[in-house]
Structure formats: C-alpha cells, structure tokens
Design a protein. Structure first.
Length: 198
C-alpha cells in the first residue's frame, strides 16, 4: 500500500516539474528569458513562489532541467554513435534519429533561437554547444578532406535551420522535416562518398 502511495507521490511530483518546465519555457519564448521572473512563472502556474522553490530555486535551474530533459535523446544518440562503425549506414541512421530528437525538442530550439545572446552566458548554453560538437564528431571522418568535413557540419546546421527558418514556407511541419532530413542525409552521404572515393 505504501509503495503505491510513494509511486503516486513521485508521479505527481514529476507532473508538477513538467508543468513548471512547460509554463516557464512558454514564458521564456513569449517575453524572453531575461524579462521572465520566478514570480510570473508561479502566477501562471497558480502556485505560491514557495511551492515553485520546492522544485527549482532559480530560472537557470528550470532552464537547465528543460534542456537536460529535452536533449537527453540527443546525448544518448551521441553515445550510441561513438560505439558504431563509421559506415555510411550508421551516419544516415544518426541523421534520421537526430531529426526525430530535434522534433521532440522543437520548443527548446525555438527558445534557443530567440535567446542566443542570453544562452552564451548560461551553463545550458555551454551544454548545448558541447552536444552540437558531439553530433559533429560522430559524423566526421577526422582525416576527410576539409570540403567533406564542411558537408558534415552543414548537415547538422541544416537540421537546426530547417526547424526555424522554414516557418513561412508552404508545406506541413512533417513535409518540411522530411525535406530537411533529405538534404542533411544527402550532405552526409556526399561527405562519406567523397572521403571513400580517394
């Protein structure tokens, strides 16, 4: 009986944490990270500031938790990619999985786009930079020609830009995601084939 009660309490706490993250990310995107206060987050949640403090002491703690949760699949993908052979099939699979992970993290990437200057000052910004370098490193062949290395780096940036820069173009979100994936896959394929043609 007490095990069930503890499990329910844990689940409720997880849901509260998720609600705080969702509301905070919405406010950060709406009015900017700097202009959003903990008080406003608490008001939007209809809880006291003390209740919010129980979960998070600062805005940066909230942002770090959002970043950690939404980019965990990317971190897992990087670790998986490090253990794989550097074959074309592996690289194409990495790009495919990265596309899915980015789709799940879209609200965070919109926030990052709108708050680039702020992110440079925050720990989450450094974590994001390290993840992007990790993605680059599992796609690159270190001894490839510079042009092929640029293709791999461009594939990663194509995935990011495609999430934000295509908003006003015709097509559904899924159609755009598939088109971006096709272009990124083509870049990685070209880099791999260029590397192995010599």
């Amino acid at each position: 009986m007490s095990g069930t009660r503890d499990g329910t309490k844990r689940q409720r706490r997880g849901n509260t944490r998720q609600r705080i993250q969702d509301v905070a990310l919405g406010l950060f995107a709406e009015q900017g990270y700097e202009k959003t206060s903990l008080r406003e987050i608490a008001e939007r949640l209809d809880v006291t500031k003390a209740a919010l403090y129980y979960h998070f002491k600062t805005k940066e703690e909230i942002l770090a938790s959002i970043f950690e949760d939404l980019t965990r699949p990317i971190a897992e993908l990087i670790e998986w990619g490090k253990r794989q052979p550097r074959t074309l099939e592996t690289k194409q699979e990495i790009i495919r999985r990265y596309s899915e992970a980015l789709t799940e993290a879209l609200p965070l990437f919109r926030f990052l786009q709108e708050n680039q200057a702020t992110m440079k000052e925050l720990r989450s910004g450094e974590m994001f930079r390290k993840r992007m370098l990790g993605m680059r490193d599992i796609l690159l062949d270190p001894d490839a020609a510079l042009v092929d290395q640029v293709r791999c780096v461009s594939a990663v940036f194509t995935m990011h830009a495609g999430m934000i820069a295509l908003d006003d173009l015709p097509g559904t979100g899924e159609e755009k995601r598939k088109a971006v994936l096709e272009v990124a896959t083509s870049l990685v394929t070209g880099a791999h084939l260029g590397r192995h043609a010599s």
